[in-house]
Design a protein around this ligand. Structure first.
Ligand code: FAD
Length: 346
């Protein structure tokens, strides 16, 4: 257009903030919204507090879904609506039908932002849904400076990059749950209405090429690695699966989750889901204890944001000591023995 009298009003219009509305894609388990999704809500709050219409999307079937929907409805004062996609198709984290669901919900709601947490599910779903909506997603956001300006780590966390999203709405993003603390649910939080999503878009082919086979999860009382306040990690220095059992005893005493390096996983000491790092889980507990871990950058990428880091390694030059708050240059087996003797049972 041409700038006649509109010159000043145009620049005024440009400085007006665009309205925001956010769709949070939530995961649930055992009738509750998962903590990682509550972190996604905290990210929605960072995008806009006052004029941000926040809808939370849940999918699945059965009583667990309905309980989770009730939890979601009072999970955060910003939530104005809980959308429930009630179908077996969404009971498992299959990205294909979920991406179609997201497209349909977005077309109806016209959100400016769509947020998911960078869980295995979120990482799988977001790019597919973004492709269906013809936008480019911003992944692994760790901080939000403006509604469309984000900080995200690059080069395995060795640099932080600030990006401005200049594409069409919706701005789709995944967030690192360790960077956004879930807001405590307010006791007087308003209860948001729960709405059923119209699923007429579903067709025979919605589940695409993947099918759900089964879920194998460790039967353990221990906290989930990604959210545990204390993590004890073993590296190649532990030398065997047998020795990891000793580490588990320590975890038991500390109420901690057990983690591992990729070298320990590759050596077959522990299953893959315990891996911490660039290609494993990202953790930021209050206390991170590393036994026989050298501190490769790919490992540090997954734990360097921990509040207090303790490292035990017999090599005084191991790079892990550069990020450790407390370092013990010693044989890890001796230290483990002593800790187990001195620590009371939980
Ligand atoms: P090592 O480097 O072998 O270190 C073992 C340490 O134990 C040594 O420092 C040694 O001094 C010490 N030690 C041995 N015996 C004892 C003892 N008795 N007492 C005390 N200390 C002892 N790694 C990850 O962890 N997570 C990832 O997600 C990850 N992603 C990767 C992605 C890519 C693309 C690549 C290329 C690599 C990735 N890696 C990852 C691998 C990473 O580069 C390292 O190889 C790995 O982290 C090393 O594991 P480690 O520290 O257990 O083993």
């Amino acid at each position: 257009g041409t700038a006649t009298a509109g010159g000043s009003s145009r620049s005024f219009a440009r400085s007006l903030p665009r309205p925001v509305s956010t769709l949070v894609v939530a995961e649930h388990e055992g009738g509750f919204v998962k903590p990682s999704s509550l972190s996604a809500l905290a990210a929605a709050e960072a995008i806009g507090k006052d004029d941000n219409r926040v809808s939370l999307l849940l999918g699945g079937s059965g009583p667990g879904l309905h309980k989770a929907a009730e939890h979601a409805a009072s999970s955060h004062p910003l939530v104005s609506e809980v959308l429930v996609a009630d179908s077996d198709v969404f009971a498992h984290p299959l990205a294909e039908p979920w991406a179609e669901l997201l497209r349909s919900v977005q077309h109806k709601g016209g959100y400016s932002h769509v947020i998911a947490s960078s869980t295995s599910f979120g990482k799988n779903l977001l790019p597919r849904a973004a492709a269906l909506l013809d936008v480019s997603p911003v992944t692994d956001v760790t901080s939000i400076s403006e509604p469309r300006v984000f900080v995200r780590p690059i080069y395995a966390g060795n640099a932080l990059c600030t990006v401005r999203y200049t594409g069409e709405d919706p701005c789709m993003m995944s967030i690192r749950s360790t960077s956004f603390s879930p807001t405590e649910a307010m006791s007087e939080a308003k209860v948001a209405p729960i709405t059923q999503v119209d699923l007429s878009f579903l067709s025979e082919g919605s589940s695409g090429k993947s099918a759900w086979v089964n879920l194998k999860s460790q039967d353990t009382e221990r906290p989930d690695l990604a959210n545990a306040p204390v993590v004890v990690t073993g590296g190649r220095g532990l030398k065997s699966a047998e020795n990891f059992k000793v580490l588990e005893q320590l975890a038991e005493k500390l109420g901690a989750a057990v983690g591992a390096t990729r070298a320990a996983v590759d050596a077959g000491f522990v299953p893959n889901e315990l891996q911490v790092g660039q290609t494993g889980k990202i953790v930021a507990p209050e206390l991170y204890m590393a036994f026989g871990v050298s501190g490769a950058i790919q490992h540090l990428a997954g734990m360097r944001d921990s509040k207090v880091i303790v490292a035990v390694n017999k090599d005084a030059d191991a790079p892990i000591f550069q990020v450790a708050d407390y370092g013990i240059v010693a044989d890890l087996f001796e230290v483990l023995d002593e800790l187990l003797k001195k620590l009371p049972d939980k």
